[in-house]
Design a protein around this ligand. Structure first.
Ligand code: ATP
Length: 366
């Protein structure tokens, strides 16, 4: 865990990346992503951190002193695997590292692209890759995951549990603005412009928070007259996502709804093993992680699909301005899917290491 880098990131062409594989399958898929980054020949310097359950069990340290400060100061981006280990039932290390990183570094925009690489991966009939190309922008620092609330009369028949849902004007406005700006400045894979931002909430039942989201959405939309707007309640959106996801473009929503609908969306792209994400704060060090968790039931068996982590690495490289290397990686993953050089969850026969190695070799030939 040597990381005495000077703060050269902003003036150096070499990008400095902190790599935290974490727990479970994170320890298997991240080495594959690293191998692929190296094969792509990007001008990056990778520094490994050992944060996770093993370290916590050894010395009770979740995040070393100044850990987040060092990440924010010395690195351009952070590549994370997953956290969660049955040996730490409280999951305190996962909370302190992952939620801590999102909050302390104020990574307020969780960007989750939903793309279908091959029709065979989608459980819906008649959906082709061109039909599934949307992005979910999830608020990452507020909502019901703020751990505010409490329990009263615990263990008695009169027990009361309160979980607060935090929605600030600042937090809601900046994520909605991010979604409009993302829509204005990003294209679909086929090169066509993105056109529409859909705000997803449950404002018919959660009127106070929903009202703030509704008002803010309408106000921010006025600054982007060329972008179409749409609104759906989260329940209706879930139904639409499995009936016909073709119309979705950019979806913005709160922390919990974003968490849930992106697992549903991952199902459309081939499962949790295929989904990538970034946790961003424009202008600051951002963190990239596959959507899946540590998946204890399959950990250590060389079974986990490394493509979500590899596509996450590509997303990180694109974010860092190395779009050529990112494109090479995405093309190689696409080739692997088409040639069934994959793990079993998406129909292949390879192990985690072998699938990663296949992609790395293809990348190095491009
Ligand atoms: P978390 O709460 O940390 O998000 P989770 O319990 O919701 O985690 P995961 O740990 O992501 O979910 O995994 C749930 C299941 O999905 C796993 O047990 C596994 O069967 C499958 N899965 C997840 N990721 C992968 C992967 N990369 N490759 C293959 N299967 C996966």
């Amino acid at each position: 865990m040597a990381h005495a880098c000077a703060n050269v990131a902003s003036v150096s062409a070499t990008k400095h990346i902190a790599v935290i594989a974490g727990d479970g399958i994170g320890k298997e898929v991240i080495p594959q992503a690293v191998k692929v980054i190296e094969a792509a020949g990007a001008a990056v310097e990778l520094t490994t951190f050992d944060w996770g359950a093993d370290r916590y069990l050894a010395d009770k340290v979740t995040v070393p002193p100044d850990g987040f400060t060092i990440l924010a100061r010395d690195f351009d981006a952070i590549l994370v695997g997953a956290f969660g280990d049955p040996r730490v039932p409280s999951n305190i290390h996962a909370r302190e590292i992952l939620l801590g990183m999102r909050r302390e570094m104020d990574l307020y925009a969780n960007v989750r692209p939903v793309r279908l690489l091959d029709a065979s991966l989608c459980p819906l009939k008649g959906i082709e890759p061109k039909d599934l190309d949307f992005v979910v922008i999830r608020e990452n620092t507020e909502g019901v995951y703020g751990d505010l609330g409490g329990v009263f009369k615990q263990g008695t028949p009169d027990e009361v549990a309160i979980q607060e849902d935090i929605n600030t004007r600042k937090g809601v406005e900046r994520i909605i603005r991010y979604a409009f700006e993302y829509c204005a400045s990003n294209q679909k894979l086929d090169g066509s412009p993105r056109r529409r931002v859909l705000m997803c909430d449950k404002s018919n039942a959660m009127t106070h928070a929903g009202g703030l989201w509704q008002r803010t959405f309408k106000e921010v939309a006025k600054d982007h007259p060329r972008i179409e707007t749409q609104h759906m309640y989260v329940d209706a959106l879930c139904m639409q996502m499995v009936r016909d996801p073709r119309e979705f473009d950019v979806i913005v929503t709160n922390n919990m709804f974003g968490d849930i609908i992106t697992d549903l969306a991952a199902g459309l792209q081939g499962g949790l093993g295929m989904a990538a994400s970034g946790n961003l704060h424009p202008g600051k060090t951002s963190m990239f992680e596959p959507v899946h968790g540590s998946a204890p039931p399959i950990a250590g068996k060389n079974m986990a699909n490394p493509f979500g982590a590899i596509l996450t690495a590509a997303m990180m490289l694109a974010h860092l301005g190395t779009a050529g290397e990112a494109a090479k990686i995405e093309a190689a993953v696409l080739e692997a899917v088409r040639e069934k050089k994959t793990t079993a969850d998406i129909g292949g026969t390879l192990g985690t290491r072998e699938a990663g190695e296949w992609v790395a070799q293809r990348v190095s030939r491009r």
